[in-house]
Design a protein around this ligand. Structure first.
Ligand code: URA
Ligand code: CA
Length: 434
């Protein structure tokens, strides 16, 4: 087989065979096919697309390029959740405990944050002592005993995706539905999920800015998952404003604890119930979405979800007393309010720019090497649609320096107040099942 023939075939709009797809994925991973040929093929795919069969074959070729986590030692259907990334997305922290409390094992492999979106591991590390360095045996045992565990990205998972993503990043070929969908799905499948619930975000803080793009990606991923034997569904949710109130690591842990006590922000609670009920159904612990939602409401009301969270923190070395006493979490030196400059209705809280403001305070990484300050961040006092009076606080800024004028101006610029009444955006925009 010759790479040039594969490139020409795709350039001409023809379908690639499974063997051709495996050939270039393997060859590129091993280093026998050079960057310039693969970038040419990526561009051909960008323009010519791939059909459902090619997308499934590309996904599995990437899965097979490296290690695959074998979770068969964990009893039950392992359901994983994936979010395409957002600002202040505290969901995973609460959701894992909620779903586990309903009897569905949640074995999570998570990452750190980069840029204006946070990572689950960084957030959890705001809890004194918490760590993710578990052996595979410890990880599986913990999921069997407690219902959930979080481990850092370990092993050589999907090396083909790592190389391809880096190449796409510098060759103008990231925004291609078949390439994005196979990239995301390959990582979930290699991490051992039997069933997958996807939260595809849309809006200015999301990777997919428009609803149409989010919808195409969601459909593509649901199709791939089901074509390769993983029960997969997706929701499309709003990321035009940050999720919940808190943005920042320790602040989001506190928000997750509030949520597990049934006192979280309305949008965050709703997203947890929506995603959670799908996970409970896929995990076989309820037959209908309504029944699953009732179960989730029960484990919140009777404290079982919070109990799972405590055990999970303890099992991974963390100080579980933060659950009763969130003041034990890292605290920033100053809490500075941002008073509204005019009265009206909050029309926009631009998620990406507000996320960047939190990053500039130190809550996020500008580059992979940056260190982050777990204590700092933002707590929104208002959400889109809320009435605000001049002088009332829009945001509480948790900071370790008083020199934050630039950040305040950035926030003023991206929190828009209108004199006319504004509707709150719909949180759950669509549910996509096979
Ligand atoms: N996120 C991924 O993991 N892969 C892509 O291709 C794009 C976004
Ligand atoms: Ca939040």
């Amino acid at each position: 087989m010759r790479m040039v023939d594969i490139i020409e075939k795709k350039r001409n709009g023809e379908e690639l065979t499974k063997e051709e797809i495996r050939f270039f994925v393997q060859g590129y991973t091993e280093g026998s096919i050079p960057d310039y040929q693969v970038s040419s093929l990526m561009m051909a795919i960008y323009f010519q697309d791939m059909n459902d069969r090619e997308r499934a074959d590309l996904t599995m070729a990437m899965v097979e390029s490296g290690d695959q986590i074998d979770l068969s030692g964990i009893e039950g259907v392992k359901v994983d959740k994936h979010s395409t990334g957002g600002v202040g997305d505290t969901t995973t922290l609460s959701l894992a405990a909620m779903v586990a409390a309903c009897g569905v094992p949640v074995a999570k492999m998570s990452g750190r944050g980069l840029g204006h979106t946070g990572g689950t591991i960084d957030k959890l590390e705001a809890i004194e002592g918490f760590h993710v360095e578990l052996t595979t045996e410890q990880f599986m045992k913990q999921v069997n005993d407690i219902g959930t565990a979080v481990i850092g990205q370990s092993g050589n998972l999907t090396p083909a995706d790592k190389k391809l993503y880096a190449l796409r990043d510098v060759t103008g070929t990231v925004p291609s539905i078949p390439l994005i969908a196979s990239s995301i799905m390959s990582k979930k499948i290699a991490a051992g999920a039997d069933a997958i619930v996807l939260d595809v975000k849309t809006g200015d803080g999301a990777f997919m800015k428009t609803f149409e793009d989010a919808e195409s990606l969601a459909h593509a991923m649901v199709q791939i998952g089901n074509n390769v034997g993983r029960n997969t569904m997706a929701i499309i949710s709003d990321m035009s404003q940050p999720l919940g109130f808190a943005i920042g690591n320790a602040l989001e842990v506190k928000e997750a604890i509030d949520t597990l006590k049934g006192q979280g922000p309305e949008d965050l609670m709703e997203l947890c119930y929506t995603l959670g009920s799908q996970m409970v159904v896929l995990g076989g612990k309820a037959t209908t979405i309504e029944e699953a939602r009732k179960k989730l409401q029960e484990v919140i009301a009777n404290g079982q979800a919070l109990e799972v969270f405590k055990k999970f923190i303890e099992a991974q070395g963390g100080d579980a007393s933060v659950v009763e006493n969130p003041a034990l979490l890292p605290q920033a030196k100053y809490q500075i309010e941002l008073p509204a400059r005019s009265s009206g209705y909050v029309a926009q809280i631009e998620a990406d720019d507000v996320g960047v403001a939190a990053m500039l305070l130190g809550a996020g990484r500008a580059t992979k090497e940056s260190t982050i300050d777990l204590s700092v961040g933002l707590v929104l006092r208002k959400k889109v649609g809320d009435r605000v009076e001049e002088g009332e606080s829009l945001v509480t800024i948790h900071t370790n320096t008083e020199d934050i004028n630039e950040i305040k101006e950035k926030l003023y610029q991206h929190i828009v107040i209108s004199s006319e009444k504004v509707e709150a955006p719909t949180l759950i925009k669509q549910v996509i099942t096979k």
